[in-house]
Ligand binder design. Structure first.
Ligand SMILES: Nc1ncnc2c1ncn2[C@@H]1O[C@H](COP(=O)(O)OP(=O)(O)O)[C@@H](O)[C@H]1O
Ligand SMILES: O=C(CO)[C@H](O)[C@H](O)COP(=O)(O)O
Length: 564
């Protein structure tokens, strides 16, 4: 009898489920549920509580809706019985965290805290803890904390400890009230199985946890703030579970809600980027995978732990058991194109796209594709949502240089795409310079699937061939693979993730090959990009930060109604 596994990818804007045939990796059905509350970056659901700049929240009820809608839908579409589903795995954006009470109830779902911003899920791209991150980095550096080496020299404001500290600083009542502060991924597994098991991937990459050393010392936390001395015991847990293991089984209550059988195996949660690696069939060092969507993550396996400045982290067993997993990233890629289409494209372009039945990205891409490399005379920095790697600074902002009265929207769109490709080249070169080989490039995610011009630009800028995932839902496929490992061989699944990857993962036959003529011009442009990168990103000119400060002061005056 054919057996199936389900994988669910909880993204930035939606949750996506795939039903996969375990013996072949064939995706037989998929379903997408947009989050009802979307990303909350201006208002809370009450419509009256306004969020400050750099906030990005989500509502945990949306995650449960994803389970309730997408799982029955994939089963129905494929006409597959729940009896034939052997396992379920999930992956999530990260670091995406929420405070919960002792019953596992998110604080934002309690009436009395529904209008309190700090009671909600802080999404990965919530950047309002930059101040805490800066102080943490300063103190850690002064104390010579060795963990900094594993995180490229800096802890990002996107990660767990700065976010927790922001709650403590701005809402000590919420901090006190929280029985635990958990990754949203672990919370969903908790809802499915009744067991809270923190996964080693988010703990390792986002919460400064190490397989051998655990979390930083109490003394370090105390040096940040005496109230944080016991943060691990009080709000986290030093019990961390390895990815690739079974978390538990679906409870009766949950089974009734989502249409699966009670007792179905559920895998320990994983992160959207990391879970994609075996799904493209990567199980060895030297192959870098770009997971390209709202943001881009770069995941690479290595044999040894090396110090690489500005990466997000290197974690033993963080991606696959027995190997070092390196992560680097760019905080805004698709997000940056979306901002452009929503704010800078004239109505005539939108009309043309509508009349031709294509979306605005497709129209701009078509127009941009007819441009020669360098023809527009413009270049951009890809920091519209800060710089994750290699500068680790959420306070950096966007830049476009060279525009004239003749500059067209498609030229800017292309310059923004190129900027993200240069950003990736900075990351690849940084890995290589610090002794971590990058021999092959792979890509997956919404953008790798949708925009072939962009993939060609990346091949030209990187001067490397790019292989594309055979799945259009790579993270969800990876999660289904972990689901089949959680079920185990006896149930028709697999013993290890390596066995699952050999059968279920893979890439398309078509690849993107670098064009020498374009690559030569891109070399010149990349040199210019590097100069801008160093000038604006490494302290020679902190204009981006000064502008942010002026903006903050100005808004305070405006909101406070102070009239000069
Ligand atoms: N044709 C396209 N070219 C470039 N970017 C696109 C295109 N279509 C959508 N996008 C961008 O892709 C992002 C969504 O990526 P996707 O991988 O689907 O989701 P997620 O990041 O939530 O996992 C959006 O930010 C959107 O602006
Ligand atoms: O930090 C990350 C993983 O470590 C991702 O950037 C984050 O999860 C968002 O992913 P996406 O852009 O696909 O929504």
């Amino acid at each position: 009898m054919t057996k199936f596994a389900i994988g669910i990818d909880f993204g930035t804007q939606s949750g996506r489920a795939v039903l996969v045939e375990v013996s072949s990796g064939k995706e037989v059905a998929s379903s997408v549920k947009e989050y009802t509350h979307g990303v909350m970056d201006e208002w809370l659901p009450d419509g009256i509580t306004r969020l400050e700049d750099d906030w990005a929240l989500q509502h945990p009820a949306d995650y449960l809706e994803v389970l309730q809608v997408t799982i029955p839908e994939v089963l129905q579409k494929a006409e597959v019985s729940a009896d034939d589903v052997i396992g379920l795995g999930i992956d999530f954006t990260a670091c995406t965290i929420l405070p919960i009470d002792k019953h596992g109830q998110p604080l934002c779902m309690l009436d009395e805290y529904a209008s309190h911003p700090h009671s909600y899920v802080k999404l990965w791209k919530h950047h309002a803890a930059q101040e805490e991150a800066n102080i943490l980095n300063e103190i850690a550096e002064k104390r010579g904390e060795s963990f900094l080496n594993r995180y490229g020299g800096k802890i990002s404001s996107e990660w767990m400890i700065p976010k927790i500290w922001q709650i403590l600083n701005e809402a000590p009542d919420i901090y006190e009230l929280a029985d635990q502060i958990v990754e949203a991924s672990d919370w969903v597994i908790y809802q499915l199985t009744g067991e809270l098991k923190r996964n080693s991937c988010t703990a390792g990459y986002k919460a400064i946890w190490n397989k051998k050393l655990g979390y930083p010392s109490k003394d370090f936390f105390k040096s940040l703030d005496p109230r944080l001395e016991n943060v691990v015991e009080e709000k986290l847990s030093d019990k961390v579970y390895s990815i690739g293991k079974k978390a538990g089984e679906i409870t009766l209550n949950m089974a009734n809600l989502i249409g699966l059988n009670p007792g179905t195996a559920v895998a320990i949660a994983n992160v959207d980027a990391h879970v994609s690696v075996p799904a493209v069939g990567i199980t060895e060092p030297g192959k870098l995978l770009m997971i390209m969507g709202t943001s881009t993550c770069h995941i690479l396996l290595g044999e040894e732990e090396r110090v690489v400045p500005g990466i997000c982290g290197v974690v033993e067993d963080g991606v696959l058991p027995g190997l070092m997993g390196y992560e680097a990233g760019q905080s805004c890629v698709g997000d940056h194109f979306e901002w452009f289409t929503e704010n800078c494209v004239p109505a005539s372009y939108h009309l043309e796209a509508e009349e031709r039945g294509i979306n605005i990205h497709q129209l701009l891409t078509e127009k941009a594709n007819s441009l020669a490399v360098g023809e527009s005379g413009i270049i951009a920095l890809d920091w519209w949502n800060g710089n994750r790697s290699t500068l680790v600074d959420a306070d950096l902002t966007g830049l476009l240089i060279g525009a004239t009265l003749l500059t067209k929207p498609e030229e800017i769109y292309r310059a923004l795409i190129e900027a993200t490709a240069y950003g990736t080249r900075m990351i690849v070169e940084t890995f290589r310079t610090h002794g971590v080989p990058v021999n092959d490039i792979y890509a997956c995610g919404g953008i790798a699937e949708k925009n072939s011009m962009m993939m060609q630009i990346y091949a030209d800028v990187l001067k490397m061939e790019i292989r594309i995932s055979s799945s259009s839902q790579t993270p969800a496929l990876g999660s289904a693979m972990f689901g089949s490992v959680a079920a185990g061989k006896e149930q028709g699944g697999y013993e290890t993730i390596f066995d699952a990857a050999a059968v279920m993962g893979g890439v398309k036959d078509q690849t993107y090959v670098s064009n020498k003529k374009n690559a030569d011009v891109y070399d010149q442009l990349f040199e210019e990009y590097q100069k801008l990168y160093d000038y604006f990103g490494r302290g020679q000119n902190n204009i981006m930060k000064r502008l942010k400060k002026i903006k903050k002061d100005s808004l305070q005056v405006k909101d406070g109604g102070v009239v000069c």
